[in-house]
Design a protein around this ligand. Structure first.
Ligand code: SF4
Length: 66
């Protein structure tokens, strides 16, 4: 089963906490708009993704089973 990262952009306040945890997954552009560069949860990035879910102050990040 594939797991995907989901961000609720209505909740996200672009504070960059997730980007600080893994900038290869989460990126804020010049307009402070968050992009998910790689939305698949892999064995390699899973720990970072879970940390971002835990640390996002807006609880905007979730992991969805596909
Ligand atoms: S940590 Fe949460 S609120 Fe902050 S930029 Fe990432 S998704 Fe948005």
């Amino acid at each position: 089963m594939t797991q995907k990262i989901e961000v609720d952009f209505g909740l996200c306040e672009s504070n960059g906490v997730c980007m600080g945890i893994d900038p290869e997954i989460f990126d804020l552009d010049d307009q402070d708009y968050l992009h998910v560069l790689q939305d698949e949860v892999t064995p390699e990035n899973e720990e970072h993704v879970k940390e971002a879910v835990r640390q996002c102050p807006r609880q905007a990040i979730s992991i969805k089973d596909e």
